[in-house]
Design a protein around this ligand. Structure first.
Ligand SMILES: [Ca+2]
Length: 185
């Protein structure tokens, strides 16, 4: 099963299983950018790779980040649960830029977990672990403070926020609502 997240104008599809006579776990990330064209336009699509090929991972977005967590992969002997979390930050670069990706870990390796985002918290709940059904909830908190000017909600006002503002400098969503930077609230 592939998992999808979205950041700004981008929809991101990651992982899964593909079949070429036998099943393989996929590390492929496909990115559709609505600011570049319609979904049937190949130029609107690009690719990236997860740090670990796996399936049945969970995805959600918080602020500028798309987070892909857990899953399972086949090590040739059995299905192995993953604790890997891949994070894409659209403030750091395009999805095909390795510098825009980082990794962290879940507190418990598992697959088929549920993901959702509430305000500045990305939550990954339950799933199947080696010990059976999981009761664990992993929470990634973006920033616990209201900080004026912190556009990417990472608790710091720095050049990344300045760059995000500069990118949209003089965009007027009242005059040009079709501008990809104008995302309905
Ligand atoms: Ca910031």
């Amino acid at each position: 099963m592939r998992q999808a997240g979205h950041v700004g104008s981008k929809a991101i599809f990651a992982g899964g299983v593909f079949y070429d006579g036998q099943n393989h776990d996929s590390n492929a990330v496909d990115i559709y950018d609505a600011s570049l064209g319609e979904p049937n336009d190949p130029n609107a699509w690009s690719t990236a790779t997860l740090s670990q090929a796996r399936s049945s991972l969970a995805a959600t977005t918080v602020g500028s980040k798309a987070i892909f967590a857990g899953g399972w992969y086949d090590d040739g002997v059995s299905n192995v649960k993953s604790n890997v979390v891949d994070i894409y930050d659209s403030n750091l670069g395009e999805p095909n830029d390795p510098n825009a990706w980082s990794t962290t870990t879940l507190s418990q390796a598992r697959y088929g977990l549920s993901a959702t985002t509430v305000a500045n918290k990305a939550m990954f709940a339950g799933g199947q672990a080696d010990s059976g059904s999981s009761v664990v909830v992993d929470i990634f908190i973006l920033c616990e403070y209201e900080l004026a000017g912190d556009i990417n909600n990472d608790c710091k006002v720095d050049f990344l926020d300045f760059a995000a503002m500069a990118n949209n400098w003089l965009v007027d969503c009242g005059l040009m609502p079709d501008n990809p930077a104008c995302i309905p609230k």
